[in-house]
Design a protein around this ligand. Structure first.
Ligand SMILES: Cc1cc2ncn([C@H]3O[C@H](COP(=O)(O)O)[C@@H](O)[C@H]3O)c2cc1C
Ligand SMILES: O=C(O)c1cccnc1
Length: 336
């Protein structure tokens, strides 16, 4: 964050040919982008989304409306271009990178797939640690590596996406653990479990939280109650932060990963933009804790990075605000 440029961009914003504040929240976004890039007229080019995929042992508790094999099947769908994220990424001029950090079963070699399986799915977080600390470190590094690849191939805006049947339960546990919230505040329907499913999810999260001990570090907490793709997502954002890029959040699982990144490296927060507000109830709490206002509120509850990628054109538009003419430059009369 360049404070000098931040002030210059704020001043320019006040002098642009529009009534003050008439571009609303986009004005704050524009000024933040300027400060991140260290130039009063920010420019955003191509985007990238790293879709991190992994399985979850907690599906044994009956916490998802879909069978576990959907994770692997959807990864194949991503590689063929048939998923929502592929379609939205085309519209948003974003490249899609798929990262396997823990999908059950074999996946083919493919130029769009980074194969970094740490283990074939987590342990069942309702009954045991999701992974070891060493596995969490490997998942974090895999996310960092995927982000480095995206950045070296031209990403100027970086997002993460998630794929993992059962991951709204892991995201709920991780969010509750990191923010000190109750299972009731963070558990939601995910892919659409009914009332009984919701109770099972809350119970699974409560059991996971019961194993946490005071003094555990953020990565230890994530190893105990999180998910491999959630930890990898933290790695994506940590690496994007290191590279100085604007970072776009997606829905609940992705934001849980971002909360972990924030706890590991508080400076990350300055680079984050909330793409959208998910229908999943815990998402609101997570964004509130981060102090972020979502750009879109469309009742999305999909993940994959869809809400993040949809917000990329809006971020580009916000950057263009600072390329408008000032009253002086355009010879337009000011108000009273
Ligand atoms: C076909 C399909 C495509 C998806 N794409 C993302 N998700 C999303 O739903 C899952 C989380 O919800 P839960 O915790 O209820 O299992 C994750 O895989 C998430 O990425 C999908 C889910 C399905 C079924
Ligand atoms: O908030 C999300 O991104 C989400 C919601 C439901 C299922 N998968 C993801």
């Amino acid at each position: 964050m360049d404070q000098e440029v931040l002030h210059q961009a704020q001043t320019r914003m006040e002098n642009l040919t529009k009534p003050p504040r008439s571009l609303g929240h986009l004005e704050e976004v524009a000024v933040r982008l300027a400060a991140l890039q260290g130039r009063v007229k920010p420019e955003l080019g191509r985007g990238a989304v790293v879709v991190a995929a992994a399985d979850h042992g907690v599906v044994a508790e009956g916490v998802s409306a879909y069978p576990q094999e959907v994770t692997r099947q959807m990864v194949l769908n991503f590689l063929r271009g048939g998923a929502a994220i592929n379609q939205f990424a085309r519209v948003a001029d974003a490249a899609v990178y798929v990262l396997d950090v823990g999908v059950k079963g074999e996946l083919p070699d493919h130029p769009g797939l980074l194969k970094r399986k740490v283990r074939p799915g987590t342990g069942n977080l309702a009954r045991e640690a999701a992974m070891t600390l060493e596995e969490a470190q490997r998942a974090l590094e895999a996310g960092r590596e995927a982000a480095r690849k995206a950045i070296s191939e031209g990403a100027t805006l970086l997002a993460a996406g998630d794929m993992g049947i059962g991951n709204t339960t892991a995201a709920a546990a991780l969010t509750a653990a990191l923010l000190g919230l109750s299972p009731e505040e963070v558990v939601g329907p995910g892919t659409g479990v009914g009332e009984a499913g919701l109770l099972r999810k809350r119970e699974a999260v409560a059991r996971a939280l019961g194993r946490l001990r005071p003094g555990m570090g953020p990565l230890e907490v994530a190893a105990e109650v999180g998910g491999l793709e959630l930890v990898a997502i933290a790695g994506v954002y940590l690496e994007g932060y290191r590279a100085g890029l604007p970072l776009v959040l997606d829905g609940f699982p992705v934001t849980a990963g971002a909360l972990l990144a924030w706890r590991l490296e508080p400076g990350v927060r300055d680079h984050l933009f909330a793409g959208h507000l998910s229908r999943e109830p815990g998402h609101r709490h997570a964004l509130q804790a981060l102090g972020l206002r979502p750009l879109l509120d469309l009742d999305l509850a999909l993940g994959e990075g869809t809400g993040a990628v949809l917000a990329m054109p809006l971020l580009r538009a916000a950057a263009r605000i600072l390329h408008m003419a000032t009253f002086e430059e355009a010879g337009v009369s000011r108000g009273g």
